[in-house]
Design a protein around this ligand. Structure first.
Ligand code: ADP
Length: 618
């Protein structure tokens, strides 16, 4: 069983060091705690430490602590029975797949030593005990326990490293730089110093090319977690530097940091960052979201995806909770519950910070929005509106109501500017602001003194459809059916006009059979002769977006060709209806093609169109 566990569950061999250091730290914690009430312990707080001793000749690595130690019974119980710590890990094996970084998530303690060692020797003397013991094992074949002559209280764990193979260079774990890096990576914030004898080459004094080796005892870990420090002690530079070093993002300072402590259903410290720029792979499949997860200062996972919802996937940072166990032997279910609670609370705090930024520093928020705004809109869409409440007030849109062409408005701002009699939040969709602005349908709404949102991202209209309403106001595409702008009289008058033009409109519709569902006169148009609008769920802009997706199926909005009865061309059409049906057909076709162009839709047959225009010109 041990063999299976070692070779099938573990993925990252290097974490053995983290596990052994954590055990040593726990053991010191216990003795330190004892020393608070028991003078006999005789060790000052500052004297507690963990020592790493690599020995290249003997190919051994020893981890030494002056913690509480173990009695013979404890050795037997804690290290003797593989089932003790490892069994639950083993039971959950059926839930594991290649992608589950089980060791990265939970760690399984002492036994990870056998990932890198062929033999492990533990020499230990428990506090208050007269006898020291040595425990030795080569893994699968059991273990032996004997007495030994260790005089000081504490534990020494000696690993005889496995022989190097082509794939794995175990002797690396004897190298100074490697050990130093591993401590930095996983155990930097262990509360007790982790020391190692290190050697440095120095220029010999008085010489120019003679070197001497200087040996010193170095402390490898920084001990106080940055996130456990008091906010007042830290400057923006401290936060920025920590961010760059920790997350290797030298892409400019982070836009924002959120440093907080949460106490309640679950207790944790968090230090979160919003980067100022999206990483190069952010909008690709390669990007992995997640926060670093620490259990009481010990890193247990580098990217815990479950801690971040997709709409906040750009957030970097870490969570450190005392309520999480480093040990897989704790109930996994309970573990999940804690994680979920943390994730919920993290989501809320990111939202609140963004809302605060929007309120207090609009310029910075817009910078954020340019880098990651689209992600929030995807969030509204992907959760089918479930994140509406959370996200809607963080959304920005271009709008006719903004002073600058590329300015942004929030929905709340839009609503605050709405006319009293305005029923809808109007929007126009197109590739650019100027495109949206020049849509014939936009003109009419603007002429009525109402504001139009300009939706320029492909996801926008889908997100807006998920939102459906904001502050009790429905969203309305300016290119869709009835805009609610006309009085009853206007409507009746228009109906009458349409009835009069019935023959002409039917002829035109026949010419465009299969391309448009209806041809009708409308009040929507001011300066333009024609426009396209749509009926039903799918708008023209959505049709464009949907047809760029590789689903194979061609999607078409229900198109309506709208004519401006006030435009001079309308008179021409009326005349042609009686005088020249052929010409009417080609004019109809031409008008339809123009409407497509205005809408930014593809022309089905550009060659034919061009020929038609030339025919008219000669
Ligand atoms: P855990 O995750 O519970 O620490 P381990 O397999 O790592 O599981 O260790 C089992 C137990 O062995 C520990 O809970 C502790 O009681 C004991 N132990 C391990 N290492 C040490 C040590 N360096 N000093 C004292 N006790 C230790």
């Amino acid at each position: 069983m041990l063999d299976l566990m070692i070779h099938s569950i573990y993925t990252h061999k290097e974490i053995f060091l983290r596990e052994l250091i954590s055990n040593a730290s726990d053991a010191i914690d216990k003795l330190y705690f004892q020393s608070l009430t028991d003078e006999k312990v005789g060790i000052a707080k500052d004297d507690f430490c963990i020592e790493l001793k690599p020995d290249k000749e003997a190919r051994t690595l020893t981890i030494i602590d002056n913690g509480i130690g173990m009695t013979a019974e404890e050795l037997e119980q804690n290290l003797g029975v593989i089932a003790h710590s490892g069994s639950r890990a083993f039971k959950t094996e059926n839930q594991l797949d290649e992608n589950t970084d089980i060791i990265g998530q939970f760690g399984v303690g002492f036994y990870s030593a056998f990932m890198v060692a062929k033999r492990v020797t533990v020499r230990t003397k428990a506090y208050g005990s007269d006898t020291a013991y040595v425990w030795q094992s080569e893994g699968v074949d059991g273990y032996t326990i004997d007495t030994c002559d260790k005089t000081t209280v504490g534990t020494e764990i000696m690993l005889e490293l496995l022989d190097d193979t082509d794939d794995e260079k175990y002797s690396d774990f004897l190298e100074e730089y490697r050990l130093r890096n591993l401590v930095k990576k996983y155990s930097d914030y262990i509360r007790f110093p982790i020391r190692m004898e290190t050697s440095h080459e120095h220029l010999k004094e008085g010489t120019e090319d003679e070197y001497e080796t200087h040996v010193e005892i170095e402390t490898l870990n920084s001990q106080t977690p940055m996130w456990k420090k008091n906010k007042n002690e830290l400057t923006d530079e401290d936060y920025d530097k920590f961010y760059a070093d920790k997350f290797f993002d030298y892409n400019g300072k982070p836009l924002l940091h959120i440093h907080s402590r949460s106490e309640g259903a679950v207790t944790y410290n968090s230090l979160l960052y919003i980067p100022s720029k999206a990483p190069y792979d952010y909008y690709s499949k390669e990007y992995e979201k997640g926060l670093q997860l620490y259990a009481s200062g010990v890193m247990i996972m580098d990217k815990c995806a479950d801690l971040l919802p997709d709409h906040f996937s750009f957030v970097r940072g870490l969570i450190d909770s005392e309520d999480l166990s480093l040990n897989i032997s704790r109930e996994m279910l309970q573990h999940d519950r804690q994680l979920k609670l943390i994730a919920k609370s993290v989501e809320k705090s990111i939202k609140n910070e963004l809302a605060k930024l929007l309120k207090t520093d609009r310029k910075k928020y817009e910078e954020f929005w340019k880098a990651f705004g689209i992600q929030l809109k995807f969030g509204v869409y992907h959760t089918f509106g479930a994140s509406k409440e959370l996200l809607q007030d963080l959304l920005l849109f271009h709008s006719s109501g903004c002073d600058e062409a590329d300015g942004f408005t929030t929905l709340a701002e839009y609503v605050s500017r709405m006319r009293e009699d305005q029923k809808y939040i109007y929007y126009a969709a197109g590739e650019t602001v100027s495109r949206c602005k020049s849509l014939p349908a936009t003109e009419q709404v603007l002429d009525n003194g109402m504001e139009v949102l300009y939706l320029t991202e492909s996801v926008d209209e889908f997100a807006v459809q998920m939102l459906r309403v904001y502050a009790d106001k429905e969203f309305k595409n300016v290119s869709a059916g009835d805009l609610g702008l006309e009085s009853e009289e206007d409507k009746t008058a228009l109906e009458a006009k349409n009835a009069d033009a019935k023959d002409l409109l039917e002829t035109m519709q026949k010419t465009l059979e299969g391309k448009v569902k209806h041809v009708r006169l409308s009040n929507r148009l001011k300066s333009h002769a024609v426009c396209l609008s749509s009926e039903g769920e799918i708008s023209l802009e959505m049709e464009k977006v949907l047809n760029t997706m590789p689903t194979g199926e061609k999607i078409q909005a229900e198109r309506v060709l709208e004519l401006n009865a006030e435009h001079p061309i309308y008179e021409t059409l009326q005349r042609l209806q009686t005088e020249d049906q052929d010409k009417l057909a080609s004019y109809t076709e031409l008008l339809y093609q123009q409407a497509l162009l205005i809408e930014g839709m593809p022309i089905e047959d550009p060659v034919a169109l061009s020929k038609m225009i030339c025919d008219l010109m000669v």
